[in-house]
Design a protein around this ligand. Structure first.
Ligand SMILES: *Cc1c(COP(=O)(O)O)cnc(C)c1O
Length: 365
């Protein structure tokens, strides 16, 4: 492909030697499950997030599940969240027997609209799960204020926003707990699956350590039912090598974002993403809005030019077939539904020349 949406192999090339050395070290250590590589990465990650604790787990999806298990989520509970996100956000809630209550989003940030949260809180609400979508923080002061007022927890789904800042604080570190995904295409990706939960609550972190080991503590004594939710030592070692480089990749993404915004300035067909005040956007995805019903035309032009692109997300979660039982219908979340028809992601971890080529194709629409 001429310009892929994300070229992970190319991204790894400058650190290939470091990665191979780290993987070889794990291979030769025999320490494959838990142990020093996982602990080292958890320490590094907590330091990066500015939290007391980090707990490595199997994936970003399981991070949500483990965190909610530790928070005591049970069948019938309600969790307020967004429908404009990856499936796992709501999937995790439903897998615990709880009910996602979807709130519409802000069209500028694509994140949950804090002004609409309080209307969705009922006697059964136990928490709010904001998603920091595409690399930019949700409005955490307002979300935390609503949670405090109603005595519920906040679990930040920061799968796409490790390193993003809100008023100087890290996404994931502002709520009761926050989750990250190390899926390869996330800003900090492993070479396979992985995830983590960060928190300042020691008691919650200790519960998660037990839950990720089948609830076993001491060994073979089970006070709670957990599961196998462990982060692989091999992934932890790879992530320890990559974390110190995260900032450079973020800067490259931010530079490309600035280039796109400059090239598209004055074009009334495309609305580039906006970095809002007090936020540092890390552009896990660079999501344009395409007006005049031309999104699919723009996507096919990029396809013909052999350039990467994607639609995150074509179907909002409240209209997914598996959630039909929740009783939502088209029209319930108008902003979310409109975004699903307009958004188009273009390559972002690229240099200025690639941005120019992408924009030159977009300008032919
Ligand atoms: C990627 C992602 C997840 C799930 O992470 P996995 O590691 O793929 O399980 C959850 N929420 C959001 C918003 C994501 O983008």
């Amino acid at each position: 492909m001429k310009i892929p949406l994300l070229d992970i192999v190319k991204m790894h090339a400058p650190i290939r030697g470091e990665l191979l050395a780290a993987m070889t070290e794990v291979l030769d250590s025999g320490s494959y499950i838990n142990g020093r590589y996982v602990e080292r990465f958890e320490t590094q990650l907590a330091e990066h997030a500015g939290t007391r604790r980090a707990v490595g787990v199997t994936s970003g999806s399981d991070a949500l599940i483990v965190a909610m298990m530790a928070l005591g989520v049970k069948p019938g509970d309600e969790v307020v969240t967004s429908a404009f996100t990856f499936f796992a956000t709501a999937g995790a809630i439903v897998r615990l027997g709880a009910k996602p209550v979807f709130v519409d989003i802000d069209p500028v940030t694509f994140n949950i609209d804090p002004a609409r949260i309080e209307d969705s809180i009922t006697d059964r609400t136990v928490g709010i799960m904001p998603v920091h979508l595409f690399g930019q923080s949700a409005d955490m002061d307002k979300i935390n204020a609503a949670a405090r007022k109603h005595g519920v927890w906040v679990l930040e789904d920061a799968a796409q926003s490790i390193g993003a800042l809100y008023k100087g604080r890290m996404c994931g570190a502002m709520g009761t707990a926050g989750t990250y995904s190390f899926f390869p295409a996330k800003n900090l990706g492993g070479i396979g699956d992985g995830g983590a939960v960060v928190t300042n609550d020691d008691e919650l972190a200790d519960k998660m350590l037990v839950i990720r080991e089948h609830g076993s503590k001491p060994k073979y004594h089970h006070k709670v039912v957990g599961g196998n939710f462990r982060l692989d030592a091999l992934q932890a070692a790879v992530l320890s090598v990559k974390l110190p480089h995260l900032r450079e990749w973020e800067e490259k993404r931010r530079k490309a974002a600035a280039t796109y915004a400059e090239l598209l300035a004055g074009n009334d067909l495309y609305v580039p993403p906006v970095e809002v005040r007090d936020c540092r956007h890390v552009f896990n995805q660079y999501e344009l809005r395409v007006g005049q019903g031309k999104r699919d035309t723009a996507a096919s032009k990029l396809r013909d030019a052999d350039m990467g692109h994607a639609i995150y997300y074509p179907i909002p979660l409240h209209l997914q077939e598996c959630f039909a039982g929740l009783g939502y219908k088209r029209g319930d979340l108008p902003v979310t539904e409109k975004m699903c028809d307009e958004v188009l992601a273009v390559p972002i971890l690229v240099d200025a020349d690639a941005c120019k080529e992408v924009v030159s194709v977009l300008q032919t629409v």
